[in-house]
Design a protein around this ligand. Structure first.
Ligand code: SF4
Ligand code: SF4
Length: 56
């Protein structure tokens, strides 16, 4: 399973987009969005998120 964003917890800070080695995350309207086709399940974004908003 690719990573997914818990919308209620995401504050759109963008920390995850910078950490993703595959460029799979974009932020639009203060919400992170993950391109599941690009996600390699590395978990970098899970550790990067200050709000616990990304799960695998
Ligand atoms: S798990 Fe890794 S590849 Fe997938 S979105 Fe997060 S940082 Fe990117
Ligand atoms: S790091 Fe977390 S709170 Fe920030 S944009 Fe990504 S998912 Fe949202």
């Amino acid at each position: 399973m690719a990573a997914s964003v818990l919308k209620a917890l995401c504050i759109g800070c963008g920390a995850c987009t910078q950490m993703c080695p595959y460029g799979a995350i974009t932020v639009q309207a203060n919400q992170a969005r993950i391109d599941t086709a690009k996600c390699d399940e590395c978990e970098e974004c899970v550790f990067a998120c200050p709000n616990g908003a990304i799960i695998l």
